[in-house]
Design a protein around this ligand. Structure first.
Ligand code: SF4
Ligand code: SF4
Length: 60
């Protein structure tokens, strides 16, 4: 059965606003031009998915 899901950023949708970086308790997201997820740190909690104003993150 599936391994744990992790957050994945849609590069075309992300504006680099930085909200997800602030909301991630695992410090798994860093934002320069756009958000990047460290899949080794991401627990798949989904907080960033809920908080992204542009629906640019999903769990996959
Ligand atoms: S909250 Fe959404 S739009 Fe903002 S940096 Fe994160 S992924 Fe990109
Ligand atoms: S799913 Fe949770 S742990 Fe993973 S990047 Fe988003 S906020 Fe961080």
């Amino acid at each position: 059965m599936p391994v744990n899901k992790v957050a994945v950023v849609d590069k075309k949708m992300c504006t680099g606003c930085g909200l997800c970086e602030d909301t991630c308790l695992e410090e798994a997201i860093s934002v320069e031009d756009i958000a990047e997820v460290d899949s080794g740190k991401c627990t798949g909690c989904g907080n960033c998915v809920e908080d992204c104003p542009n629906e640019a993150i999903s769990l996959e």
